[in-house]
Write a protein that binds this ligand. Structure first.
Ligand code: GUN
Ligand code: ZN
Length: 432
């Protein structure tokens, strides 16, 4: 049914400098979950004034968060203490991901995973699945039932892992194509060609991945790049002829404006220039980078004005230590401070909404509060905890409130989450 959501509305345009902010805003949501109208409450057209309404008072109603890199089959393995990335993958990650060959296990996990995203205010994601087709089918199916804009793909990996999580180039390509045919463009779903990374794919598999990216119309490509020193050294050993890590993917046609590379911490000038030229995106995953000791991703280096690389932001659960994009923005702030750059809260909130939606090619339907887009919304309570509440006594600007939310907030600050206009999560009990 058509309904209205009221609160302090906040949305960004093409940059964090384009802010739409109403202390008393209203959003009219149509039957099909799209936004019919938004603006200041006094201007709400008369025809909409008698509609059912969720009024959040002065709480912040903003676009739901878009998580640009998360691993569905790692949903319960946060806080697994590896020595570094490769040790963490071998000891904890591959055995856990092997469970997803079982369709019943994967289906139950998908329900928990999506509920958990909503509880943390995330309404869209670009997600990795395991190598098993069953895993991607389960996640697509669960997201379709919730009318969610979700992009995922079956991981392809044909070496340097336990047999239970390996495929081969032909099987990987066939199953990816089958999944694309079954799900891409169905409702709000999209397919992403997903070679895990150069360590676990042979040349034959990377070549096929490039061919899939070129042939599957509208599909994205996701992988990992330049995350940890040990990984980079291993890639050099596996591809001795490549100019650098980025060149390994470039040789197989994997750089494009539909390509998203997680991490990108240790990139050279040449690599940044190629990523920029090809329109590829790099996704910053700060809680994962600090947890695995991978390094400090230098955002300002990547964005250098002469050859800017488009940067997104993500949790990278379960290498990441929190599902919350608020906590992720807070960690990004700290990582960037250590890397010599001081981002504003508005800049980071823009990245987590409209910015990520643009990176993922879903900004026509989500990422901001605009007529015609889906009502994918999160309601933030700036006073959610006693610590936040007392901090707000000192806040005297929107930037201040957003800053305190990203440094001190997490799922407790998520008052409600809407996906395509439907309330998928609500925090009812006031915190102690
Ligand atoms: N590189 C290859 N696979 C992974 C993964 O699952 N997590 C992280 N953080 N890095 C990776
Ligand atoms: Zn990852």
């Amino acid at each position: 049914m058509t309904h209205v959501i009221k609160g302090q509305t906040l949305s960004f345009g093409t940059s964090h400098l384009h802010v739409k902010h109403e202390q008393k805003g209203a959003i009219v949501v149509a039957d099909d979950g799209t936004i019919l109208w938004s603006g200041p409450q006094p201007l709400l057209p008369h025809g909409f004034r008698q509609l059912p309404c969720d009024d959040f008072g002065s709480q912040i109603v903003m676009p739901g968060f878009v998580d640009a890199h998360i691993h569905f089959p790692q949903y319960r393995m946060l806080a697994a203490p590896g020595k570094d990335l490769l040790d963490w993958l071998t000891r904890f990650t591959f055995p856990e991901e092997s469970r997803y060959a079982d369709p019943a296990f994967a289906a139950a996990a998908a329900d928990v995973f999506l509920s958990r995203l909503y509880a943390h205010g995330t309404t869209s994601a670009l997600a990795f699945c395991s190598v098993h087709k069953t895993c991607a089918d389960a996640l697509f199916s669960a997201a379709a039932a919730r009318n969610m804009a979700l992009i995922t793909g079956k991981t392809m990996m044909d070496r340097n892992a336990i047999p239970a999580v390996q495929d081969d180039p032909e099987t990987g390509a066939r199953e990816s194509t089958e999944l694309y045919s079954a799900w891409h463009g169905k409702g709000r779903l999209r397919y992403a060609v997903t070679p895990r990374f150069a360590v676990t794919s042979t040349e034959a598999q990377l070549k096929i991945s490039g061919e899939l990216l070129a042939s599957l119309d509208g599909a994205l490509m996701q992988t990992h790049l330049s995350e940890s020193p040990g990984e980079i050294a291993f890639v050099k050993q596996l591809f001795p002829d490549a100019k650098d890590y980025t060149d390994v993917y470039d040789r197989f046609g994997l750089l494009s404006n539909r390509s998203l590379f997680a991490h990108g911490i240790h990139l050279s000038e040449r690599e940044c220039a190629r990523l920029s030229e090809s329109g590829s995106g790099v996704v910053h995953c700060p809680t994962s980078n600090t947890f695995l000791g991978s390094g400090l991703m230098p955002m300002s280096h990547l964005r250098k004005i002469s050859r800017p690389v488009a940067v997104g932001i993500a949790t990278d659960v379960g290498g990441g230590t929190n599902y919350s994009m608020l906590a992720t923005l807070g960690e990004a702030y700290k990582v960037q401070m250590l890397a010599g750059y001081k981002p504003t809260a508005a800049e980071l909130f823009h990245m987590a909404t409209q910015g990520n939606a643009e990176r993922l090619h879903i900004s026509h339907e989500t990422g901001s509060i605009d007529t015609g887009k889906f009502a994918d919304l999160v309601v933030l309570d700036p006073n959610a905890t006693p610590v936040l509440a007392s901090r707000q006594e000192l806040s005297n600007s929107l930037e201040d409130v957003l800053f305190s939310l990203m440094i001190l907030g997490d799922d407790r600050a998520i008052r409600a989450t809407y996906v395509a206009g439907r309330k998928m999560h609500e925090r009812l009990s006031p915190p102690a």
